[in-house]
Design a binder for this molecule. Structure first.
Ligand SMILES: Nc1ncnc2c1ncn2[C@@H]1O[C@H](COP(=O)(O)OP(=O)(O)O)[C@@H](O)[C@H]1O
Ligand SMILES: [Mg+2]
Length: 377
């Protein structure tokens, strides 16, 4: 299942449907063999982007390159890429192996060769034992695995997948995700995979392109998207739950977070986005503090917060806190429980604090040195 791997490049690619701008001019490069996930909420332009790569939709402007060749004017069939829609249904009158061989037969491969490749793929997926069976007598899960085998049996330069696991439920979805990743690790084919599910994206991707309202707002490795979101939208959209977001006001080297009566000392550490910083400070120094729930710490000397509830999740608990109309989520060890209405002291791990412009929502390049809580009035 190894083939040549494609480098895919979008150069200012945009798509309009009448007055609707589905995708604003976008530059994006997917490296050979890379598993890239396009992630974003419904309607943000994921499918349109993928269909332009596939050639199923013509860009309104811009160009698509595959391995340096301008394919913008080429039909889908001439691009050597396979588009995987949601899992296919299987032909009931064919055996599992014939089902998997079907596309290759339709493309003119000889029957022995198509059947041999189908058999190989089934064995790779641990489905060799089902080869001679008709789909009707398979469990739902095995049917899904076979349809995945059928989708992946081809050896194109790239796979494009549009929410292929969308119809599956919880456990099966997770299992298919692992299978898909395992197949990719073996085949190495460049993959662009579309989903609105951030957990799926985090689990599958080498890199994630987060889209919002027709724009790629961040294109980076999953760990960096999680740790250093480019803006408030990504901070909230990625992670379950997303980052805690609190209003702050920058005063010199300190930022006040009034809701918690907390002050955080920051430095402008050079890089990042100076124009964003200027915009944040123009509005009276207003900014936003973002903190992941695992970086919210309980401390006797911390800011007093009221416990709304504790949710036990087995390996850990999720603590919901409220202070001055602001809500905070904190991960705490499974053994610790609090009563509703109880007050707990809260502080933030400085290295886990992220800063955003209050107006544009863009990340600010500030580094946090310490978090200090003042006694409440
Ligand atoms: N064929 C079409 N005709 C008109 N509008 C479309 C068409 N396809 C998509 N759109 C619009 O373009 C935007 C992006 O759609 P789409 O790319 O399907 O988003 P996603 O896959 O992220 O849900 C949406 O506003 C959608 O309504
Ligand atoms: Mg879509």
């Amino acid at each position: 299942m190894t083939g040549p791997e494609a480098r895919i490049r979008l150069d200012g690619v945009a798509k309009k449907f009448g007055k609707v701008i589905a995708v604003y001019p976008t530059d994006m490069e997917v490296a050979p063999g890379e598993f890239t996930v396009i992630l974003g909420p419904s309607g943000c332009g994921k499918t349109s982007t993928l269909r332009m790569i596939a050639g199923l939709e013509a860009p309104s402007q811009g160009r698509v390159f595959i391995n340096g060749r301008d394919v913008t004017a080429l039909r889908p069939g001439d691009r050597d890429i396979a588009f995987v829609f949601q899992m296919f249904s299987l032909y009931p009158h064919l055996t599992v192996q014939e089902n998997v061989a079907f596309t290759m037969l339709a493309q003119g491969l000889s029957r022995p060769e198509a059947m041999r490749r189908a058999g190989d793929t089934l064995r790779h997926l641990g489905l060799g034992g089902l080869a001679g069976i008709r789909p009707g007598s398979l469990s739902g899960g095995d049917q899904q695995r076979v349809s995945l085998a059928r989708a992946l049996v081809r050896t194109p330069q790239a796979f494009l997948m549009d929410e292929p696991l969308g119809t599956l439920d919880g456990g099966m979805r997770e299992e298919m995700r692992e299978t898909l990743r395992a197949i990719h690790n073996r085949s190495g084919a460049t993959t662009v995979f579309v989903t609105h599910d951030q957990e799926e994206a985090m689990g599958l991707a080498d890199r994630i392109a987060v889209m919002r309202e027709g724009r790629v707002v961040q294109f980076d490795h999953p760990r960096n998207i999680y740790a250093n979101p480019a803006d408030l939208f990504v901070a909230d959209f990625v992670g379950s739950p997303g980052m805690n977001i609190l209003p702050g006001i920058r005063r010199g080297e300190w930022v006040d977070v009034p809701s918690l009566s907390m002050r955080l000392r920051v430095t402008d550490n050079g890089g990042g986005n100076p124009s964003g910083a200027a915009a944040g400070l123009a509005a009276g120094g207003e900014c936003r503090l973002g903190v992941r729930p695992e970086n919210v710490l309980l401390s006797e000397t911390g800011a007093p917060c009221v416990v709304e509830h504790t949710l036990a999740l087995g390996s850990h608990n999720m603590l919901s806190l409220r202070v001055q109309g602001v809500f905070l989520k904190a991960w705490i060890p499974a053994g610790i429980r609090f009563r509703e209405g109880e007050t707990v002291g809260t502080t933030f791990l400085p290295s886990g604090c992220r800063w955003f412009d209050a107006v544009s929502g863009t990340a600010l390049p500030w580094k946090t040195l310490e978090a200090a809580c003042r006694p409440t009035r």
